[in-house]
Design a protein around this ligand. Structure first.
Ligand code: TXA
Ligand code: MG
Length: 328
């Protein structure tokens, strides 16, 4: 397996075009370049699904391990035919209920999809974003676009175009501007190739939502997650430069000029933190988390305290990302 390592910024020679036009951005894809684009979850970094050279550029630009497969983004269900070899009944039900939206389905892959896109797996992950600009962009690209999140490997996903530019300027052909991503966390990933579908990654389409359509669906047991099932989940993810500490009680935080706090209830000595964000609800917490991480890194915060929430609904995805960010 090839390993792609990050090329130092000093050796980057690409001039990144920043645009608001989905048609201009699509032109870069059609010419074999890679393009960062907004979606309702986080920003993606796309390449044409049948262009092996362009896909390789994604791995190089991100310093992404070659064993971490990409998600194919579509704007129309008709596009499924060219990239999948079967559409299990259960997937049909999930598509009907949740596409377009923050849900990714793992399906049997068509032979025509190059193996670099799926890291050699016989399955392919597919998502139809709900975001208006993403849809316009994908339509203009005509064929599906494979895209991971538009961050350097291991870093939190970007939820604003400015966060993409801070990391990828000079490494990618084009950056399509949009608003701050509404959801703020990556999509829910469901493996539909098993007899009983399994949630590989929690997201805004919650386990409870999924169970209304498939009552027996369950969350994957992280300990039994094999390399073959979802390689990406083994890799270090979502980490800001600052150290992340999870706290159940805001009173257990240390307010100082080096620390920050994000959560639902104000901690004591709020005014002494370098950065602080009190969110109205879980949705706002999820929406703001990565942007907060990003701002804390820009401000050279050393420690970020994240208040824990109950692992219900969107709380499951939120705690998954916070726990991963807190791992050493
Ligand atoms: O919301 C999202 O999903 C964003 C936007 C841009 O769509 N994309 C994203 O991509 O988060 P990425 O590459 O950061 O995460 C994709 C996840 C990884 O954990 C990867 O291992 C898993 O999906 N995945 C991709 N293809 C797979 C496959 N064939 N089987 C199992 N897991 C797969
Ligand atoms: Mg990612």
């Amino acid at each position: 397996m090839i390993e792609y390592s990050l090329v130092p910024r000093s050796q980057q020679i690409v001039k990144t075009k920043v645009t608001q036009s989905p048609t201009i951005a699509a032109r870069f894809i059609l010419h074999g370049e890679i393009v960062a684009f907004p979606t309702e979850t986080v920003y993606g970094l796309g390449a044409h699904i049948f262009n092996v050279e362009a896909i390789r550029k994604i791995f190089v630009a991100k310093g992404r391990p070659a064993d971490n497969p990409l998600i194919a983004h579509i704007y129309d269900l008709g596009q499924l035919e060219s990239i999948t070899s079967a559409n299990p009944l259960i997937a049909g039900k999930l598509i009907e209920q949740f596409f377009p939206g923050p849900l990714t389905l793992v399906l049997p892959k068509s032979e025509t999809v190059p193996s670099i896109a799926t890291a050699g797996l016989k399955t392919i992950a597919v998502r139809m974003p709900k975001h208006r600009i993403a849809q316009q962009f994908l339509r203009a690209c005509k064929l599906p676009v494979v895209a991971p999140s538009a961050n350097l490997s291991g870093r939190p996903s970007p939820t604003t175009w400015q966060a993409v530019r801070a990391e990828l300027d000079g490494r990618i052909g084009c950056l399509l501007k949009g608003d701050q991503s509404e959801v703020g966390l990556e999509s829910t990933v469901v493996d539909c190739t098993a007899k009983i579908p399994v949630v590989l990654r929690a997201g805004a389409v919650t386990l409870e939502h999924l169970q209304t359509v498939i009552p027996e669906i369950r969350l994957v047991d992280q300990k039994t997650l094999t390399v073959f099932k979802s390689p990406g989940l083994r890799h270090r993810h979502y980490s800001p430069i600052a150290k992340v500490i999870i706290c159940s009680y805001p009173q257990f935080t240390i307010a100082s000029n080096d620390t920050a706090f994000i959560g639902l209830t104000p901690p004591p000595h709020s005014e002494a933190f370098k950065r602080i964000l009190i969110c109205r609800d879980i949705e706002e917490y999820a929406h703001s988390l990565y942007q907060f991480f990003h701002e804390c890194d820009e401000a050279s915060v050393e420690t970020i305290f994240c208040q824990s929430v109950s692992k219900e609904g969107l709380g499951l995805a939120l705690m998954d990302r916070i726990e991963r960010a807190s791992e050493d």
